[in-house]
Design a protein around this ligand. Sequence first.
Ligand code: NAD
Ligand code: ZN
Length: 405
Amino acid sequence: MARFTLPRDLYHGKGALEALKTFEGKKAMLCVGGHSMKKFGFLDKAVSYLNEAGIEVEIIDGIEPDPSVETVKNGAERMLKFKPDWIIAMGGGSPIDAAKAMWIKYEYPDITFEDMCKVFGIPKLRKKAHFCAISSTSGTATEVTAFSIITDYSKGIKYPIADFEITPDVAIVDPDLAETMPKKLVAHTGMDAITHAIEAFVSTAHCDFTDPLALYAIKLIQNDLVKSYNGDMTKRDTMHNAQCLAGMAFSNALLGIVHSMAHKTGAAFADLGAHIIHGAANAMYLPKVIAFNAKDETAAKRYAVIADYMGLGGNSTEEKIKLLIDYLRKMNDEMNIPHCIKNYGADSYPTENGFVPENVFLERLPEIAKNAIADACTVSNPRKINQEEMEKLLKCCYYDTEVDF
Ligand SMILES: NC(=O)c1ccc[n+]([C@@H]2O[C@H](COP(=O)([O-])OP(=O)(O)OC[C@H]3O[C@@H](n4cnc5c(N)ncnc54)[C@H](O)[C@@H]3O)[C@@H](O)[C@H]2O)c1
Ligand SMILES: [Zn+2]
């Protein structure tokens, strides 16, 4: 038996934030990131809509990008004091994911981080609060997914928490919030979204319910992402829906090793001064993983279906896959994303000598490869991978070399 779960309600379209006026409850804990939601006036709007609904609001702000275990613990303590019956998270993937994990710890104060990370092992939530997610970036789709990504900085590892229990009750997909994104964020989050859709489509857990969502998301992203990056606000609005469709697909079909590798490299070089931003990591690794997975016959056929649906041409399966890889690499070029870790500059732009020196990469490679294999996303990848292959694949992602194994 398989399960397909989505939020009970999804409010969408420009101005959908106003749905907050219709909420019923007593107290809402509103969780946001750094400054963007405040700066662009969305935080004040959300508070006033909730007040209009007769709901008292407290705010947890300053949730950092790639939130830490400590942030989750502190937030849950605030919730235990305030006792909200709504947790409302607004912003990018980071504050929403942090709030999801805070929610678990608020409902079960004694739960450990290790317990939270047991895949599909979260006890029943909603005894204390319901959860609403309002996304301001067009990529993670965490507003509709069963996932939360929390970073353990003592280990330099991102851990996915995965359980349908944390699929939000309500998602608000209001493109007004995404219109303020700077270009670089559009590029990274958009490439994250297309990775979600492609990984979901070839995942071993894909099904008739997830395939149409994934394919249509790919088509929309193909048509709209680069234009959105170049300032077309109509396309920016459709991208907000497209990433959400991709999220509906991958939340139920799961992902693959692009994400395993992104999770395990993201914070692995944080001591050198920079993270490999999630979407940028995916953008660099996706073409390499397609080449690796395409050695599996079923996966190859499915990549060819994607290429056909995108109208890329090609006569054989092999040719179609090559065209798909070329297309994705062209998208990276058009949005100034590097092709490999070696050329990943501290500001995330391509540069001759990136911030991860070769010797440091090679020294950490065995451990990173081991962790990537152990990542929850590896299970549903269409081709099995061992330590030696993962190390080789990561090397291709470091040097931008051909995947021929
Ligand atoms: N839960 C999931 O299913 C899932 C899926 C993929 C990724 N993730 C995780 O999500 C995180 C990344 O999330 P993200 O890419 O949305 O970025 P983010 O939440 O980390 O935000 C990045 C930056 O963008 C700013 N920002 C956000 N919205 C803005 C807006 N509308 N205008 C201007 N600035 C804005 C933030 O203040 C922040 O500085 C990573 O930790 C990643 O691992 C989660
Ligand atoms: Zn992702």
